[in-house]
Design a protein around this ligand. Sequence first.
Ligand SMILES: *[C@@H]1O[C@H](CO)[C@@H](O)[C@H](O)[C@H]1NC(C)=O
Ligand SMILES: *[C@@H]1O[C@H](CO)[C@@H](O)[C@H](O)[C@H]1NC(C)=O
Ligand SMILES: *[C@@H]1O[C@H](CO)[C@@H](O)[C@H](O)[C@H]1NC(C)=O
Ligand SMILES: *[C@@H]1O[C@H](CO)[C@@H](O)[C@H](O)[C@H]1NC(C)=O
Ligand SMILES: *[C@@H]1O[C@H](CO)[C@@H](O)[C@H](O)[C@H]1NC(C)=O
Ligand SMILES: *[C@@H]1O[C@H](CO)[C@@H](O)[C@H](O)[C@H]1NC(C)=O
Ligand SMILES: *[C@@H]1O[C@H](CO)[C@@H](O)[C@H](O)[C@H]1NC(C)=O
Ligand SMILES: *[C@@H]1O[C@H](CO)[C@@H](O)[C@H](O)[C@H]1NC(C)=O
Ligand SMILES: *[C@@H]1O[C@H](CO)[C@@H](O)[C@H](O)[C@H]1NC(C)=O
Length: 400
Amino acid sequence: MLVNYLVPALAVLGMATAAPTNPACKQTTVIISSQSDADALAGCTTFTGNIQISKDVPSGGIALNGIQQLNGDLIANQAVKLTALSATSLGSISGTIKFTSLTTMSSLEFPSLSQVGAISWTTLNALQALTFTTGVTKAKSVFITDTALTSLDGINLATVDSFEITNNAYLRKIETQVGNISQALIINNNGPNLELTFPNLIWAFNMTVRNVSSLSIPSLKVVNSTFGVYGSYMESVMAPNLTKVGGDVAFVADSSLTNISMPLLQTIGGGLLIANNSKLLDITGFPALKSAAGAISISGNFTKAAFPALADVQGTFNAQTSANFSCNDFNKLHDAQVVKGDVFCQAQSDNVQTTLSGSTSGQTDSGSGSSDSTKDAAGSLKVSSVFVVGMAVLGGLLAL
Ligand SMILES: *[C@@H]1O[C@H](CO)[C@@H](O)[C@H](O)[C@H]1NC(C)=O
Ligand SMILES: *[C@@H]1O[C@H](CO)[C@@H](O)[C@H](O)[C@H]1NC(C)=O
Ligand SMILES: *[C@@H]1O[C@H](CO)[C@@H](O)[C@H](O)[C@H]1NC(C)=O
Ligand SMILES: *[C@@H]1O[C@H](CO)[C@@H](O)[C@H](O)[C@H]1NC(C)=O
Ligand SMILES: *[C@@H]1O[C@H](CO)[C@@H](O)[C@H](O)[C@H]1NC(C)=O
Ligand SMILES: *[C@@H]1O[C@H](CO)[C@@H](O)[C@H](O)[C@H]1NC(C)=O
Ligand SMILES: *[C@@H]1O[C@H](CO)[C@@H](O)[C@H](O)[C@H]1NC(C)=O
Ligand SMILES: *[C@@H]1O[C@H](CO)[C@@H](O)[C@H](O)[C@H]1NC(C)=O
Ligand SMILES: *[C@@H]1O[C@H](CO)[C@@H](O)[C@H](O)[C@H]1NC(C)=O
């Protein structure tokens, strides 16, 4: 009896698995060397495996028609004659879009694409814009380097783990709705007029921003590890909602910077470094800063600097300016046991140094400025273990 029931049931199952699975739609890697190779996949709504555009593809475009879902990677490496790539119905790619050295590809048209595992693009010198009409909102990682893109319109992520955009000389704008970046945000050496806008970003694991002209992070509350801004062209860095940075905080070599404002920042899990920002005259933008687990080093041309809420600095404290400035408040920080390491403050310095090791030579010629320098500098600069810890943290900052 039972057998009588089972047999037809199995027969049905058997038919289901034997249903027309076109073998073309499941291959480890299919190599596309021509449009007819691409057309052979047009019947595959889902393709399982990797699709690789051959480097020998002839001059012109390739259209991947018909495929809606790719369970695998889309790869093109050194296909230097490929001028355009399109996939009008492709909505998702589980793997990586990995493009390298597609030097003449000027059009990338994926109007339906919304999800990709990862984007990894290197050397797409002719690509100025994306035709991603729907827009990619989901990707684990985005790495884009050495392209001619002027914007990343079409990539507007809701979630991403790692976002690294470097060496795109024409890039003027990056705006993404992302709420958190769970690994790294790295922006480096793109065009000189790059504006970064992260209106909804609440936390990022770490953030390294170089060579940008503006940074908008109104919602940012926490950076779990390091936060650094280097070599930029920004007049101000405002982080109105930032309360905590788990690692080092650095502002280095921003020639236009006049204002850093982090009104709610209370704790820094590493050190604070402010150096080589020649127009930064006012360092009072940290009114709530209570503690730093590393060292604090501020140097430059500042005339005003204060950390009114400071209660605990585990490392050393270095403040050096070329301007007239009273060191009185800073000099009290060591004896008040706020700064556990050594304090060195020097005003009207003609040799402003970033680190305390540099200042040991500076103090001998502090001469007339000595009333503004730490009285016990000679004694306290004898290397203590806390001093070494502080320097190690600063060393980490400087190596960034
Ligand atoms: C990160 O952002 C995503 C999308 O906004 C959200 O669903 C998720 O809860 C966030 N995770 C954390 C830990 O904040
Ligand atoms: C940022 O975090 C990632 C891991 O999430 C790490 O690989 C990278 O080195 C970190 N970068 C900096 C500057 O700390
Ligand atoms: C800043 O944080 C407060 C409190 O969490 C929140 O209400 C406010 O919306 C945040 N501001 C922005 C611009 O996200
Ligand atoms: C980073 O900090 C946020 C906010 O405190 C937290 O929700 C998140 O889990 C942290 N992420 C990591 C990777 O530690
Ligand atoms: C970019 O920033 C770095 C510092 O991180 C600096 O050395 C470099 O000169 C800057 N590049 C330009 C073009 O300003
Ligand atoms: C810096 O910007 C903040 C916020 O806009 C403002 O309150 C503060 O007065 C500015 N400081 C300087 C020195 O311009
Ligand atoms: C500041 O600039 C000087 C001179 O260019 C350089 O020696 C020093 O390393 C810079 N400091 C930092 C923290 O980059
Ligand atoms: C002070 O300002 C001058 C003139 O802008 C600049 O050349 C110098 O590098 C600045 N010093 C520091 C330490 O930023
Ligand atoms: C520095 O400022 C103080 C207080 O304003 C002033 O008394 C002193 O003369 C100034 N020193 C120089 C060299 O400008």
